[in-house]
Design a protein around this ligand. Structure first.
Ligand SMILES: Cc1cc2nc3c(=O)[nH]c(=O)nc-3n(C[C@H](O)[C@H](O)[C@H](O)COP(=O)(O)O)c2cc1C
Length: 244
């Protein structure tokens, strides 16, 4: 399929064929492709939990408010954001970027470029992602307001903003996964109709983790797609910004 065909083929499927199983390894491969999605600062603060056990699918189906899109699913993938992994991810990114500089930069630039990465992943990122009952975020925000009087600054730095940043990146991974599934001729439905507390308990996730989206998977029945697709007129979405 071309990208256009993949995009047309992907629909939110609300009912899957229980008689048509899907291959676990193929779904896993689609999750692997989802890791190619971009993430903010390449922090990759997301994880995917691939649910294949019938018992776990049953309880997750209930936690998804009993929606058919969940209870008829052959498998599910839960996309999760993990603010508690900032330190590890920043360290991994720094290790990678150091080696990148050594491989690809002229020798005389090594020290300055490595120092830049060390400042970024060793100081700026830990500062931006630091959390403490909203107070650290409030402090960050006030610092930024002052700095913003003199130059352009990133203003989305509260603790809630940092969750938004993680969720944006995670949602890109979820979408990449759904497109990969569509290409494999498998169907999906993104879900946010779920009880996040129950889902976290089912998966044994730490307190700081948040569920981004659950994507149910299977093969559609003819009634699995609810009629024609609806999109508001493109002119309402598209705004061309010209020179003046
Ligand atoms: C973040 C997100 C959450 C969604 N949650 C649900 C849900 O809980 N239940 C459901 O039936 N559909 C859910 N949907 C599917 C949308 O309703 C669907 O994508 C939309 O109606 C457009 O249809 P299409 O995907 O077939 O183009 C969700 C979609 C997104 C992006």
């Amino acid at each position: 399929m071309t990208l256009q065909e993949i995009l047309q083929h992907r629909r939110a499927v609300r009912h899957y064929d229980r008689e048509k199983p899907i291959e676990t390894e193929r779904v896993k491969e689609c999750i692997r492709l989802a890791t190619l999605a971009p993430t903010s600062s390449n922090m990759q603060l997301w994880e995917a939990y691939h649910i294949v056990s019938p018992e776990k699918l049953r309880v997750l189906g209930q936690a998804c408010l009993g929606q058919d899109a969940a209870t008829t699913a052959q498998q599910m993938v839960v996309f999760v954001v993990r603010p508690d992994l900032v330190k590890q991810r920043a360290q991994a990114a720094l290790t990678h970027e150091r080696a990148n500089v050594e491989r690809h930069s002229p020798t005389e630039k090594h020290a300055s470029r490595i120092k830049r990465w060390e400042d970024y992943y060793g100081k700026i990122i830990p500062f931006l992602y630091a959390r403490g009952c909203g107070l650290i975020g409030a402090f960050r925000k006030s610092m930024i307001q002052v700095a913003g009087l003199f130059r352009p600054v990133p203003r989305q730095v509260s603790e809630a903003d940092m969750y938004t940043i993680m969720h944006k990146s995670c949602a890109l991974a979820a979408q990449t996964f759904m497109l990969a599934m569509s290409e494999a001729d498998y169907d999906t439905c993104p879900l946010e109709g779920f009880d996040s507390l129950r889902v976290k308990r089912i998966l044994g996730l730490p307190r700081q983790a948040q569920i981004n989206m659950i994507v149910s998977c299977g093969i559609r029945t003819p009634q699995g797609v609810w009629g024609d697709r609806f999109r508001i007129p493109f002119e309402e979405t598209y705004h061309r910004v010209d020179g003046k």
